[in-house]
Design a protein around this ligand. Structure first.
Ligand SMILES: CC(C)(COP(=O)(O)OP(=O)(O)OC[C@H]1O[C@@H](n2cnc3c(N)ncnc32)[C@H](O)[C@@H]1OP(=O)(O)O)[C@@H](O)C(=O)NCCC(=O)NCCS
Length: 198
């Protein structure tokens, strides 16, 4: 026998369904949409340049490149003729950082046809512009250029006693590959470092 209270009616059925739905909703965790917040910018050196302008050097930069090379390096300098050749070559890239017409720094990268390893031959920041991110910006530009040319690795040599450069490379993902005794003109040793480019 059916009890009166259990008799089916559309209104009762709808009420039961609503009660069920309310219970189910209470049991479901609330999903709140969190607005996307961009990650905070990486901490920068207080004197960091907003973003030094890096571009490929051309013939008008030749004098400034030679002057910077002569100011900073005593050995293993690139000559004017070598710079001129590299400015004009497909297998070399000379990058410069400039501010208000002044040369702040330069990098020279070499490529070989069909090779997946590019070589950072030189990286230099003018003494008065050091510690402001110019070297890092040039290094990153060299890595980007190597990636564009489908290189998988950027390799370089650095003097074993060049603390600033060693720190720069080590903190930017370069790993020691091999020690090269007597590598430089003055007989000092080098470390070869490389970084896989992703
Ligand atoms: C190495 C060199 C290019 C760095 O240029 P820079 O513009 O001063 O470099 P940045 O300001 O981008 O600094 C990058 C990093 O280098 C390291 N660095 C720079 N100067 C340093 C110093 N005096 N002591 C220790 N580490 C130093 C730090 O790791 C720094 O990163 P951080 O500030 O986050 O700690 C510059 O010192 C230079 O031109 N030296 C003479 C030429 C040379 O040795 N070239 C390298 C040939 S392999």
């Amino acid at each position: 026998m059916q009890r009166h209270g259990d008799a089916w009616s559309p209104a009762r059925s709808l009420a039961r369904w609503c009660a069920h739905a309310r219970r189910a909703l209470r049991a479901t965790p609330t999903i709140t949409t969190v607005p996307r917040v961009p990650p905070p910018p990486a901490p920068q050196h207080p004197d960091a340049l907003p973003s030094p302008r890096i571009r490929r050097a051309d013939a008008v930069d030749l004098d400034a490149l030679v002057a910077l090379e002569e100011r900073v390096f005593r050995h293993d300098r690139l000559s004017r003729a070598q710079f001129r050749r590299h400015l004009d070559s497909d297998s070399a890239l000379v990058l410069i950082a400039k501010e208000d017409g002044r040369l702040l720094g330069a990098a020279v990268v070499f490529f070989r046809r069909r090779a997946q390893v590019a070589r950072l031959y030189s990286l230099v920041t003018a003494p008065e512009a050091r510690g402001r991110g110019v070297g890092t910006a040039l290094l990153e530009a060299a890595e980007r250029a190597a990636r564009v040319r489908r290189c998988r690795t950027l390799r370089l040599e650095v003097r074993t006693d060049n603390r600033a450069a060693l720190r720069l490379y080590e903190t930017r993902g370069y790993r020691h590959l091999v020690h090269r005794p007597g590598y430089y003109e003055d007989g000092s040793d080098a470390h070869r470092y490389e970084k896989p480019l992703r």
